[in-house]
Design a protein around this ligand. Structure first.
Ligand SMILES: [Zn+2]
Length: 389
């Protein structure tokens, strides 16, 4: 009913290095790995999956191939997925098979290694990458992921250039990219197969899959795990939002939207710097994507969704949580019922323990003047109902 909601496109880890930010997503790396797979790899993965699920190989294969065919017909077509790999100075240049289209994607990548932080300076001509550019991110898409994985696999397999994935000689593989996620540890890539199953057969969104994967420790490679624990928050969990759509808003929705914009503006006037999008109340019924503003160790998240009228979550960020891979809201109660007291919670984006305080604009001395009459009446109604519950 309430609007101003931000629709998510993906959830992943953003790694910052100076002014550059890369967005790393486990599902995109899984798709990249699937692109590289030979028919034998596919058979082995289906066999592993059917053993694990106690289903017949033939049934699993049919369901899997039928679903993949509709969504990414080229993904298991065999043959070289990466062609014309060349090294220009420190930059790799290659063509990577598209999941859907006939013509391959042109990918470039320079590996930057900085104090054990893996970082790529990369580009691709696919929709995902272009979308990221217009949002200030370098999205490591399935194609850049495929090139990174191919270099890593070739480096470890020791196969000759005629048999390996990139066709490069060891002397031409100058720098090997660090892979952020663990898919093929201990000779098993069942985890990766499960991701593909959820994507193709389960038709789950990348956002949903990544959110649940990234709340487990094993998927994080050790350098990513350390970057999340880093004192400067060099790796954070963030939401990639959908493109904003033109929609016809009724009057009430328009007032909610204006309120959200005014709240954001007032934070900026107070010197809070806009960051990107994060999750609040994660793992609860009220989970929402929020716009974040930060000054030092204080953040303000402006939340607005179908379930919540606009509210602000103020967090004073402290030390990193011990179980840094967990970002679920540890309070769990309805956000409105927490409004009068400070609570200790975990911040999903930085995985820091924080003092959390919820501000309802209509009840705030200064912010209440930003609330229109009709939205103000709705706040009263919702708060009354919530008190009754
Ligand atoms: Zn791409």
């Amino acid at each position: 009913m309430f609007t101003g909601e931000i629709l998510p496109r993906d959830y992943g880890i953003v790694v910052r290095r100076r002014r550059r930010a890369i967005f790393l997503s486990p599902t995109k790396f899984a798709l990249g790995l699937a692109l590289l797979g030979s028919p034998d790899d596919l058979e082995r993965r289906i066999q592993n999956y059917s053993n694990d699920a106690h289903q017949s190989f033939r049934t699993v294969k049919k369901v899997f191939m039928d679903s993949a065919d509709g969504r990414a017909p080229n993904i298991f077509s065999g043959g070289r997925a990466i062609e014309s790999v060349a090294l220009y100075g420190a930059m790799y240049d290659a063509f990577v098979r598209s999941q859907k289209n006939k013509s391959p994607h042109h990918v470039t990548m320079t590996v930057i290694d900085d104090n054990h932080l893996g970082h790529y300076d990369a580009s691709c001509d696919c929709g995902d990458y272009i979308y990221g550019q217009s949002n200030g991110f370098s999205i490591i898409c399935a194609h850049i992921s495929a090139l990174a994985l191919a270099l890593d696999i070739d480096n470890r397999s020791g196969k000759s250039s005629s048999e390996n994935l990139t066709g490069l000689l060891p002397s031409d593989r100058k720098k090997i990219p660090r892979i952020p996620f663990m898919y093929y540890s201990r000779n098993s890539d069942l985890g990766m197969t499960k991701i593909l199953w959820d994507l193709f057969v389960g038709k789950k969104s990348q956002y949903t899959i990544n959110k649940s994967l990234l709340s487990e420790r094993p998927v994080h490679a050790s350098w990513v795990y350390e970057a999340v624990r880093d004192f400067y928050d060099r790796a954070r969990y963030e939401v990639l939002r959908q493109e904003e759509k033109e929609a016809s808003y009724d009057r009430f929705s328009a007032s909610v939207r204006t309120l959200v914009e005014n709240l954001c503006e007032s934070l900026q006037e107070q010197g809070y710097i806009p960051q990107r999008y994060v999750l609040d109340f994660k793992g609860t019924t009220y989970e929402s994507v929020a716009r974040r503003f930060r000054k030092g160790n204080i953040v303000y998240d402006v939340v607005s969704s179908r379930k919540l009228l606009p509210l602000i979550v103020r967090k004073i960020l402290h030390y990193k949580s011990v179980e840094v891979w967990r970002g679920d809201d540890s309070v769990g109660e309805h956000p409105y019922s927490r409004r009068d007291e400070d609570r200790i919670n975990v911040d999903d984006s930085t995985r820091r323990i924080c003092d959390e305080h919820i501000i309802i604009p209509s009840m705030h001395e200064k912010l209440s003047k930003l609330v229109s009459h009709e939205v103000g009446r709705e706040y009263e109604k919702v708060l009354r109902e919530q008190q009754r519950d």
